[in-house]
Ligand binder design. Structure first.
Ligand code: CA
Length: 313
C-alpha cells in the first residue's frame, strides 16, 4: 500500500534575510500566546520525509529516525516536504526566515516516506512504534492513502493508549468522489483530522470533505523551510496538519506549566475535545463535512473556556 505526502504545489520563496510571519500565524494571532508558551518541552514526532538541519530549525531538532532504510540514523530529508512541515510547527523565532506556530517545541524527524515522497504502512507503523518508545507527546502525519489497514489502525490505537495525540491530514481529494473523501489514517477516530483553509478563511478547494474531519487550519500558500536552507511556498492539508500540531504543542506546554488548570488535558480524547470546543464555527452552522467543528482558534484554546460559565444566564 503506497502512502504519499499531501501537498500540491511548490514555489520557491527564496532565502530570507529578515524574519517574516506567514499569513496563518498572523491571521489566527498565534503570537498572542507566545508570552505564555512557545511549545517548550513538548516532543513532536513528524512522520514524513525526514528533516534537514536547516538554520531556522536546527535549534529545535532534538533527534530523528529513519524507518525507510537500514541506516536508521540517517533521517535527512531529500524531498523537502518533511522540512516544510517541521518549519510550520517550530521554525525558530529569530532574526531570519519564518517563524513556526510553536517556535520552541522539540522536533523529531521520523523518516517514514522515501525521497520520492511515498512510503508503505510498514514504515509508518515503524515510525509510530518509534514515537511510542521515545516518549513523544504528539505524532504529526501529513500523509495519507485512500485505503486503510488494520495493521496501521492497531499501531494508532497503541499510540493513543500511550497518551500520544495524533494529528493527520484530511487529504487533497477535494469534494470529488462521494460524501467522504477523507484519507487514512485521517479517517480513524483516534486521530485529529485536519482540513485546509485559505487566506480568506474559506475551505481550500483541494481539502477533502467528510464526516471524520475535525478541524480546519491554514494550508494554502504556506511559506516555510525547505531544502538547501531555503524557503518555499506549498499548499495542502499537509500544511494545515502541522499548524494544528503546533497549536496543540502550545496547549500541552502551557498546561504542564500550570497543573492547576481547570481544563485537564491528560488524554488525547480530552485534548481533542478541548480543540473542537474552542474552534470558530465556519460554513454551515455547527459541525459539517467541509470545516469539521470549525477553524482552530489558538487564543480561545489556550485561554480555556470555563465550562460552568456557559450555564450562567
Ligand atoms: Ca526564523
Amino acid at each position: 500500500m503506497q502512502v504519499t505526502v499531501e501537498a500540491v504545489k511548490v514555489k520557491w520563496s527564496g532565502e530570507k534575510t529578515k524574519q517574516v510571519m506567514d499569513w496563518g500565524v498572523k491571521a489566527l494571532r498565534v503570537y498572542d500566546v507566545w508570552k505564555e508558551t512557545q511549545g517548550e518541552g513538548v516532543n513532536v514526532a513528524i512522520l514524513d520525509t525526514g528533516v534537514i538541519q536547516h538554520p531556522d530549525l536546527v535549534s529545535n531538532i532534538k533527534g530523528g529516525y529513519n524507518c525507510t532504510s537500514t541506516d536508521n540514523s540517517d533521517y535527512e530529508d531529500r524531498q523537502g516536504h518533511g522540512t516544510h512541515v517541521a518549519g510550520i510547527v517550530a521554525a525558530a523565532n529569530n532574526e531570519f526566515g519564518v517563524v513556526g506556530v510553536a517556535p520552541k517545541a522539540n522536533i523529531y524527524g521520523v523518516k517514514v516516506l522515501g525521497d520520492n515522497g511515498s512510503g508503505s504502512y510498514d514504515m509508518i507503523v515503524a515510525g509510530i512504534n518509534w514515537a511510542i518508545e521515545n516518549n513523544m507527546d504528539i505524532i504529526s502525519m501529513s500523509l495519507g492513502s485512500n485505503q486503510g489497514s488494520d495493521y496501521l489502525h492497531d499501531a494508532i490505537k497503541r499510540a493513543y493508549a500511550k497518551n500520544i495525540t495524533i494529528v493527520c491530514a484530511a487529504g487533497n481529494d477535494g469534494d470529488t468522489y462521494d460524501d467522504n473523501d477523507i484519507d487514512y489514517p485521517g479517517r480513524y477516530e483516534e486521530v485529529i483530522c485536519v482540513g485546509a483553509i485559505n487566506k480568506y478563511m474559506e475551505r481550500s478547494w483541494f481539502s477533502s470533505d467528510g464526516e471524520e474531519l475535525d478541524i480546519a487550519a491554514p494550508g494554502e500558500d504556506i511559506n516555510s523551510t525547505h531544502l538547501g536552507n531555503k524557503y518555499a511556498i506549498l499548499s495542502g492539508t499537509s500544511m494545515a496538519t502541522p499548524f494544528v500540531t503546533g497549536v496543540l504543542a502550545l496547549l500541552i506546554s502551557k498546561h504542564r506549566k500550570d497543573p492547576t488548570s481547570k481544563t485537564p488535558i491528560d488524554t488525547p480524547a480530552k485534548i481533542r475535545e478541548h480543540l473542537i470546543r474552542t474552534a470558530d464555527d465556519a460554513g454551515e452552522i455547527g459541525k459539517d463535512n467541509f470545516y469539521g467543528y470549525g477553524i482552530v482558534n489558538p487564543g480561545a484554546l489556550l485561554k480555556g473556556v470555563d465550562v460552568s460559565a456557559l450555564y450562567v444566564v
